[in-house]
Design a protein around this ligand. Structure first.
Ligand SMILES: [Zn+2]
Length: 195
């Protein structure tokens, strides 16, 4: 009996460690729903510079996004609505400097409880029957990440001037190179004319 308890404790510790290795402390983004009566609940989360830095994702260098969370607690289900508003910094496709991209929108997530069912839908999460809380970090991050457009470039004239100059020089050099005639081609032409 004692041994079992220890193993359970160890597992809990490992789970916590796992989480902290991946994302640091996320208690802020965790909602404890056990003990809550059926009804509506509101929460507010802020994803800040520090939060984005922890993910070390090249696409999101920083920013600030406010998230209003509405949770409806039902008998065997939780219904979440997330309203996002803010902006994140992402590297410019042209000069690699920071471009701010607005992040606005709404997302829905449904949480069901079951020990047998598995989840097949990205908008539905299945938690074990005895679950008492949900860490929303992963979802919140993804909701932001999917809103970053494929192309993100500074408006004309706002790119880093030094990098712009460098890119211009590079392309001029490349043009000159392509104008020069390949000496092998010249030699081949001479050979042909001798035939
Ligand atoms: Zn730029």
């Amino acid at each position: 009996m004692k041994k079992k308890f220890c193993q359970f404790k160890k597992c809990l510790y490992l789970c916590k460690l796992n989480r902290s290795v991946k994302m640091g402390q996320n208690d802020d983004m965790t909602i404890r729903f056990s003990g809550l009566k059926s009804g509506n609940y509101n929460y507010h989360f802020t994803l800040n510079e520090e939060f984005f830095e922890e993910w070390k994702n090249e696409e999101i260098e920083g920013g600030k996004v406010e998230i209003e969370v509405k949770m409806e607690r039902l008998e065997r289900m939780l219904m979440f609505t997330f309203s996002l508003s803010g902006e994140v910094a992402t590297p410019c496709d042209r000069c690699l400097g920071r471009v701010m991209v607005p992040i606005v929108g709404e997302e829905h997530l449904c949480v069901r409880f079951s020990d047998t069912e598995t989840c097949e839908n990205e908008d539905v999460v299945v938690l074990p029957e005895n679950a008492f809380e949900i860490d929303l970090t992963q979802w919140l991050y993804e909701y932001v990440a999917v809103r970053i457009p494929m192309q993100h470039i500074h408006p004309d004239g706002e790119c880093d001037p030094e990098v712009t100059r460098y890119i211009q020089m590079e392309s001029e050099v490349r043009e000159e190179e392509s104008e020069e005639v390949d000496p092998r081609w010249e030699a081949l032409k001479e050979l042909r004319s001798e035939e």
